[in-house]
Each structure stands twice: as structure tokens, then as C-alpha cells.
Design a protein around this ligand. Structure first.
Ligand code: ATP
Length: 890
């Protein structure tokens, strides 16, 4: 189909849709069912079976399996089968852990799936892009990625970057007019927009003409490659550490075997024991548990409205030392209400809050009729004309479809009886140059019923003042004298100091023949009319969040396009600006080099009247000072800074696709407090990972040392292979995972951020692992020797006691791992998962010791009750010995 040669109505006819109302939901459902989802086919994932088999590709596990088969052939059936069963169960544990990790990552991807704004049943709604069907009418604006192939039916200053499709990185200007050339190449189809391409400027509306694999992208892409999973820095470090640990564990194991053989143990017996020990002591489960801890933490973050798009961000979050945050909508409510108006020399105040459209205008405290004041009337009217938002109602609740700043102007005008419909009846908008944060202006060209044309511009008052040559006063256009400029500046100051966000309005009459092709031509020689000042209350939760960040050694910096004084007032209210804190404005920032900024940046708490481009400079300067920087943003121009920041944060509601794609964290509620919550969670996740690293490695050290020392002391084997494997399976499984979801310690947000280069064993972790591990090994050995002597050299009995002591010592130690300082710092029953995991592990231990059919398999016999006292007493030692001040090292 030659869509580009057809007129809009023909396209609508061909796709069986209605340009004014879109498809009905019912029809869209039918089409979705018939033609399928709008998605590119993904490359096949690893099958479950393969994932399961992968668990056994570990070298030592293979050696163990081979050794077991040999022992089976030699007649040790029970041992062989038991070992194989345990190894398979271990495989299942690994499999489920990895599956779980994968599933949660998958769920994450779903959450950050792209959305499209589509006209259904006459209303613009947001739906997941994958539900788009042919015939849908979609709209998009700067920063959006196009969700399907569309034929444009409207384009306002629309430019699209199509490099994903054509390789051409310079954006193409688009329009809605039909083209003549039937054989135009894809790069020349100026009235079409394609799936996956990026709107860099302006806005547009189009009819979907192809979805999924039928789109141009689908035809070239064929398969969407699975995104590579990136390892987090900690995972990297653990991988390297894992290699060292494997080597150490193997060496020690060889040592155990060699000493054992020298001391007269059978070679075969020692070999099997050694391999089992190696399998148990090598922390092969560590990477998977780290992923699970990260993924579970990520899920907890979702509950707090933060979506992590890149897993490494979870760790970096815990290191954040500076949060740079937008003001409007992130620190404030983004619920604007016009409260003050200055119209060519006269000051008015306006009553009414929120989207309430009844309100009164006052001049010097006296009610006035806004319809009778020509200039006020004009100011309000122009505020509605130069405005792309709509006031809508759904289920009896009013809401603003569009920019809240513009919504406030609509509401103010309605208080004077000026509805958008009424004004649009009198004027037609011929052309529009949308708002952008760099220009800080928006302009429309309108024509009234009598055919008179005007340029109407609204924007930041100081900017508008610069491009205004005249001012409307006393019913006439007068020269903008220096005195007038000063008056206007005073008004701006006055309004901004009251924390008001200010919007000025200006116009210029146009001749009937005058053509305007760019915003530059439009936004000059204007006639200034007045200013509307609006409040945007701070979000109530932000003040506390800023305070908590401060306690956690994290500096908050406010970055805003708003006026310096508006920013200052709000920053003070929120506690962002300390008494000696400095504010820098955009023009000053422009003059400084990154080096110069680096010199002073530590003193600055607010950047005001800045453009998105400035953010990159701020990030760079802060990073050079050694900070780990989090930077928020929502627009196209914010993307470079978001990308450059250590933690790029995009707004989930107001953010563009580009910003979200660049970000590693997306805030579902656009709220500053959510960043703070995510940082807290990030710190907690890292601490949890430390907890189970400590637990697993200390346990492994204990297991190896008990065997090693027994061999050195010429004792019999204190544990048989199957017992070693059992310990590995049970204690590495549930308790370690329960540690991974532990709550944070109280003081997690009361200490400075972690250094990003901090090693795995920093802050005393290495000492804790070695000392506790050593103690666990020694008490197990002591239990073994005592039981061996007391039972008159009953080996199986002594082994059972050693086995029980080892398990109990680990299960007691697991509670100590929750605390950085001392086990007495926290209530041990707080983490019910951990308590449950420990109870289950103890029950499993009792079953293995007391259930006769299992006794044969696990080489156990019932333990006398007195010896349980010995076991528990000894098992508690490693933990409590170090909880006293004598041996406690921080
Ligand atoms: P941030 O979210 O970073 O705090 P901001 O919303 O304060 O940013 P911008 O949106 O860049 O900053 O707005 C800067 C200034 O531009 C505002 O102070 C206001 O005067 C003006 N402005 C904002 N929105 C519009 C708009 N839709 N049309 C015209 N001018 C606008």
C-alpha cells in the first residue's frame, strides 16, 4: 500500500477508522485478537531444562558425580544414590534461584515497557505500545519513541530522528501532506513515522498503518536481540573472588586429602570426602544469591514507586553522595494555581485553589469584574490561546491533560468566564512553536474573526522582557523604557520571592501577508502585557526526605528552570538551602568552565534559571570532586546528563521515552522522596549481600578447618561426605536466602555513603569471616573429640555429634550475620523468614538424625540428650565469644 500518496481521509478509510474519535475499545480488541500484539519477535530464551543442566556443569560437581558413580560400581549403592540425590537437589536449588532471579528481571522489563497515547472512543488514553493496532490514532511529542508505523495526519514543528532505521542521525522534518513520488525511499517518506524512531522536536498525530513484524523495523530487525545482562560491580568482584576462593578451597581440600592419606586413611575414602568438601566449600551459589538479593530488592523498590532499569544501579544507589533533583513536580506538587496577576501596571490577586474554576479577582483588596478590565481580559485570553493543555473531567474529577503550568492559566481564565471553547470560537490558531526549556517560551500565531493576525508568546518573564520592545499601557502600545523595565523586574522579584512561578505574556500584531517560519522570527519585538504568578506547593514528604539524606551524608541540590528567587524560596522551605548555601543561575553557569565550576560546586545548593544542557556540566563538576551523582530529568535534552550521572533518574509520569531509556532508575510518582527511599533500599541490599557473604564464607571456612585439623591431629574423619553435602544444601539454601531479604539496620541512613571502590571484605568483614569460621571449625572438632572419647570411640556417634554441632553453630551464627556490631543489637525474631528457615533446618537435622530410614543413608545415630547440651553450648560459642567487647572489632 502506498500510504504516503494518500490523503488523510483516504488513509482513515483504508484502515477503517475515525479520525475524530479513533477506534472503539471493542474494535481495537477485535483487531488485537486477529492480528496479534504489536511487538517484534524476541530471540529464543534458554530453556528450563538447559538452565537446570547448567547447574551441573561445574567442574567439581562433575568430579563428585563421577566419583559417586565409581563408588556405586564398587558396591556403595546407598552412599552413591544419596550423594546423587543431594547433588540433584542442589541443582534444583540453583535452578530455582536462577529462575527466580530471571523472572524478576523479566518483570522489570515489563514494567518499563513503552507506552503510547492513543485515541480510543473519542478520548486520549495511554496504553502499552504492544496493544496498538492498525487504525489506531496516536499522538506523540518531543522525546517520544514512535510505537508503530504511522501515516501522519498532523505535524507541528515535528522532527524525527530515524537512525535506528536508516542510519541517518540528522533528524528529518515531517509534515502531514500527501507525497507524489510513489517510489520514495524510506528516508524520504516525510509524512510517515516509523516504529522505534525518535521524536526530537515538535508534536504529531498519525494513523497506525502497520504493527509488529509488519512494520519497517520488523522487516529489517527480524529478531529483537535479547539485551545483554550486565553484571553489577559487586558481581564482577565476586566472580573474581570466586576464582580465588575456588583455588583456596581446592588447595585446602588437597591438603586435607594428603594429610588424611599420610595419617593412614584409605585413599578412596579420602578422595570422596575431599571432593565432597570441595563441592561444599566452593561458594558456587554466591552469584545466584547476589542476583536474587538484588532482584528482590528491586521488587521492594517497585513497591516504593522506583523502577530500576539497570541492575548495577542498585549498588551504585548505596554509594550516592549527591542527589540533583528537578524542582517542579519532583520536589513540588506540580499543582499550579494562579494567585497573582500583574497586568500593565495593575496588580490583582485571585482566589480559589486547585482546579476549582470559581474564584474572585481583587485589585487592592477590592473585588473587580475581570470582564470589564480590558487588559486583564486580554492577558487571560492570550494565556488560553497560547496553551496546549486541556481541562477535562473523568468520573466527576477534573484533571489537566497537558502541562500543569498551562492548566493553571486555563483555570484562571475560567474564573473570569473565559472557557477554551469560547476563545477558540473567536480565534483560530494558525501555527504553533511549542515550549521548550531552553527558550523558556511558547508561541502561537492566531487569527481573529475579523481576520486580524497576532503572534502570542508566553514564557519566563525575564526572557520575555528581553524580547519585548513595547509595553501595553493605558490602552496603547508604548516604548519599553528603562523605567518600565525596572518596574517589570521589580514585579518579577516580588512575585518570585513569594515562591511564585511566573509566566509573562506578550504579543505582536502581524500583517495578513507576513509569513513566520521559525520561532526566532516570531519571538522578537513583542509587546509585553503582563505576568501571571502561580503557587506550586512543596510536596509535604520532601522536607523529611531531604533531612534524611543529610543525615546519610547525601547532599541535595535543586536544579530548576524557574526564577532564582522562586527557587530560593522553595529551597528554603524544603531545607535544601542551608544558611551558608549558595545559589547559582544559568547565565553564570554558562560562563564557567567545568574546571571553574568544580572549584565552587560544593558550596552550591540551588541552580536556577538553568537549561537542561547545564545539567551535564553540573554532573561532570560534581563527579570530578569525587561525588557519586544522581541526576533527575524528563526531557530529550536531559538525556545526556542522565546518562552521564552515576545514577540517572527519569520521571515515570512526565518523563519522555528518551529520558527513561537513558535512566537507570524511573520514578513512578515523579517524587523526590522516592529517590531517597531507593537509596535507602540500595544501601540495605548491599548490606544484605554482605550479610550472606559473611554467613556462607564463615560456614565454609568452618567446614574445611574441622576436616583439616582432624587430619592433622590424626583423628578419624569427623564428617562423612554425605553429611558435608547435606550441610551445604540445607544451610546454604534457606537461611542464606532469608538473610538476603533482611530488613535494614536502624542506622543504615545514619552513616555516610559507602565508597564505590570499597572491597568485598571491607569494614571488618574479612576478619569476621575468618574468626567466626575458625571458631565454628574448632567447636565442631571439640564436639567430635569429646563425643569420640566419651562414647568409647564410637565413630558414627561422634560424627553425628560433630555434624549436629556444625549445623547448629552455623544456624546460630546466621543471626549474628544480621548485625554489623553485635548480635545483641537486634531482635533475632525480627526476620520471620530467617526464623522459619532456621526452624526448618533444625527440623531437617532432627529428621536426619532420628528417622531410622535416613540414619543408614546419613550415617547417623540418635544423640543422647545430655550431649545436646554439649552441642548447643559449643555451637553458641563462635557467635557469643565475639559478641563481647573483648574480641569485637568493628
Ligand atoms: P524543573 O522541572 O527542572 O524544576 P521547571 O519546570 O522549573 O523545571 P522549565 O519547565 O524549564 O523549568 O520552566 C522554566 C520557566 O519557563 C518557568 O519558570 C516559566 O516561566 C516558563 N515556562 C514553564 N512552562 C511554560 C510553558 N508551558 N509555556 C511557556 N513558558 C513556560
Amino acid at each position: 500500500m502506498q500510504w504516503h500518496t494518500l490523503a488523510s481521509n483516504e488513509v482513515a478509510k483504508e484502515t477503517n477508522t475515525n479520525i475524530a474519535t479513533g477506534l472503539t475499545t471493542e474494535e481495537a480488541k477485535k483487531r488485537l485478537k486477529r492480528f496479534g500484539y504489536n511487538e517484534l519477535k524476541e530471540a529464543k530464551k534458554q530453556s528450563a531444562l538447559l538452565l537446570f543442566l547448567n547447574q551441573f556443569k561445574d567442574f567439581m560437581v562433575l568430579v563428585l558425580l563421577v566419583a559417586t558413580v565409581i563408588s556405586g560400581l564398587l558396591g556403595e549403592y546407598v552412599d552413591a544414590v544419596a550423594i546423587i540425590v543431594i547433588v540433584i537437589m542442589n541443582g534444583f536449588l540453583g535452578f530455582f534461584q536462577e529462575r527466580r532471579a530471571e523472572k524478576s528481571l523479566e518483570a522489570l522489563k515489563q514494567l518499563s515497557a513503552p507506552q503510547a497515547t492513543v485515541l480510543r472512543d473519542g478520548e486520549w488514553v495511554k496504553i502499552p505500545s504492544q496493544e496498538l493496532v492498525v487504525g489506531d490514532i496516536i499522538k506523540f511529542s518531543s522525546g517520544d519513541r514512535i510505537g508503530a508505523d504511522v501515516r501522519l495526519i498532523d505535524a507541528k514543528g515535528l522532527e524525527i530522528e530515524e537512525s535506528a532505521l536508516t542510519g541517518e542521525s540528522v533528524p528529518t522534518a515531517k509534515s502531514a501532506a500527501p507525497l507524489m513520488n510513489e517510489n520514495a525511499a524510506i528516508g524520504d517518506l516525510h509524512n510517515m513515522a516509523f516504529m522505534g524512531t525518535l521524536v526530537t522536536r515538535g508534536s504529531g498525530v498519525g494513523i497506525v498503518i502497520a504493527t509488529g513484524m509488519k512494520t519497517a523495523m520488523g522487516q529489517i530487525a527480524n529478531l529483537l536481540q535479547e539485551a545483554e545482562t550486565v553484571m553489577t560491580p559487586l558481581q564482577h568482584r565476586l566472580e573474581q573472588l570466586g576464582k580465588i576462593l575456588i583455588a583456596v578451597a581446592l588447595l585446602l581440600t588437597i591438603l586435607v586429602v594428603a594429610v588424611g592419606v599420610i595419617q593412614g586413611h584409605g585413599l578412596y575414602e579420602m578422595f570422596l570426602a575431599g571432593v565432597s568438601l570441595a563441592v561444599a566449600a566452593i561458594p558456587e551459589g554466591l552469584p545466584a544469591i547476589v542476583t536474587i538479593a538484588l532482584a528482590l530488592g528491586v521488587q521492594r523498590m517497585i513497591k516504593k514507586n522506583a523502577i530500576v532499569r539497570k541492575l548495577p544501579a542498585v549498588e551504585t544507589l548505596g554509594c550516592a553522595s549527591v542527589i540533583c533533583s528537578d524542582k517542579t513536580g519532583t520536589m513540588t506538587e506540580n499543582m499550579m494555581t494562579v494567585t497573582h496577576i500583574w497586568a500593565s501596571g495593575k496588580s490583582f490577586s485571585v482566589s480559589g485553589t486547585g482546579l476549582e474554576t470559581s474564584g474572585q479577582f481583587y485589585e487592592n483588596g477590592h473585588p473587580v469584574d475581570p470582564r470589564k478590565d480590558t487588559v486583564l481580559h486580554q492577558l487571560l485570553t492570550f494565556g488560553v490561546l497560547c496553551n496546549s493543555s486541556q481541562l477535562r473531567e473523568k468520573e466527576k474529577r477534573r484533571y489537566i491533560d497537558g502541562d500543569p503550568t498551562e492548566g493553571a492559566l486555563l483555570v484562571a481564565a475560567m474564573k473570569a468566564g473565559l472557557t477554551k471553547e469560547r476563545i477558540e470560537n473567536e480565534f483560530t490558531v494558525e501555527q504553533e512553536f511549542p515550549f521548550d526549556s531552553d527558550r523558556k517560551m511558547m508561541t502561537v500565531i492566531v487569527k481573529d474573526k475579523a481576520g486580524k493576525r497576532f503572534i502570542v508568546t508566553k514564557g519566563a518573564p525575564d526572557v520575555l522582557l528581553q524580547v519585548s520592545k513595547q509595553i501595553w499601557w493605558n490602552g496603547r502600545e508604548q516604548m519599553m523604557t528603562t523605567a518600565w523595565r525596572k518596574t517589570v523586574k521589580d514585579v518579577i522579584h516580588q512575585m518570585a520571592s513569594q515562591a511564585l512561578r511566573t509566566i509573562a505574556i506578550a504579543y505582536r500584531p502581524l500583517q495578513a501577508y507576513e509569513r513566520i517560519t521559525s520561532e526566532k522570527e516570531a519571538e522578537k519585538n513583542l509587546v509585553f502585557i503582563g505576568i501571571q504568578g502561580m503557587i506550586d506547593p512543596p510536596r509535604p514528604e520532601v522536607k523529611k526526605a531531604v533531612q534524611q539524606c543529610k543525615e546519610a551524608g547525601i547532599k541535595t541540590i535543586m536544579i530548576t528552570g524557574d526564577h532564582v528567587l522562586t527557587a530560593k524560596a522553595i529551597a528554603k522551605q524544603l531545607g535544601v538551602l542551608p544558611p551558608n548555601g549558595k545559589i547559582m543561575d544559568g547565565p553564570t553557569l554558562s560562563r564557567l568552565s567545568v574546571d571553574e565550576l568544580e572549584e565552587v560546586v560544593d558550596d552550591i545548593y540551588v541552580f536556577a534559571r538553568v537549561s537542561p544542557e547545564h545539567k551535564l556540566k553540573i554532573v561532570k563538576a560534581l563527579q570530578r570532586r569525587g561525588h557519586i551523582v544522581s541526576m533527575t530529568g524528563d526531557g530529550v535534552n536531559d538525556a545526556p546528563a542522565i546518562k552521564a550521572a552515576d545514577i540517572g533518574v527519569a520521571m515515570g509520569r512526565s518523563g519522555t521515552d528518551v529520558a527513561k531509556e537513558a535512566a537507570s532508575l524511573v520514578l513512578l510518582d515523579d517524587n523526590f522522596a522516592t529517590i531517597q527511599a531507593a537509596i535507602q533500599e540500595g544501601r540495605n541490599i548491599y548490606e544484605n549481600i554482605r550479610k550472606f557473604i559473611r554467613y556462607l564464607l564463615a560456614s565454609n571456612v568452618g567446614e574445611i578447618l574441622v576436616m583439616l585439623f582432624a587430619m592433622l591431629l590424626a583423628l578419624p574423619l569427623p564428617l562423612v561426605p554425605i553429611q558435608i553435602l547435606w550441610v551445604n544444601l540445607v544451610t546454604d539454601g534457606l537461611p542464606a536466602m532469608a538473610l538476603g531479604i533482611d530488613r535494614a539496620e536502624e542506622n543504615v541512613m545514619k552513616r555516610p555513603p559507602r565508597h564505590p571502590k570499597e572491597g568485598v571484605f571491607a569494614r571488618g568483614l574479612g576478619w569476621k569471616i575468618v574468626s567466626r569460621g575458625f571458631a565454628i571449625g574448632m567447636v565442631t572438632l571439640a564436639a567430635f573429640m569429646t563425643a569420640y572419647e566419651r562414647s568409647g570411640h564410637e565413630l558414627v556417634y561422634a560424627q553425628t555429634v560433630a555434624f549436629a554441632t556444625l549445623v547448629m553453630a552455623q544456624l546460630i551464627h546466621v543471626f549474628d550475620c544480621r548485625c554489623e556490631r553485635s548480635i545483641f543489637d537486634r531482635n533475632p525474631l525480627e526476620n520471620i523468614y530467617l526464623v522459619g528457615a532456621v526452624i526448618i533446618s533444625i527440623l531437617l537435622l532432627l529428621v536426619v538424625i532420628y528417622y531410622p530410614p535416613l540414619q543408614g543413608i546419613f550415617h547417623t545415630v540418635p544423640i543422647a540428650s545430655f550431649d545436646w547440651l554439649l552441642i548447643i553450648g559449643l555451637a553458641a560459642l563462635p557467635t557469643f565469644l565475639f559478641s563481647g567487647s573483648l574480641f569485637t572489632r568493628k
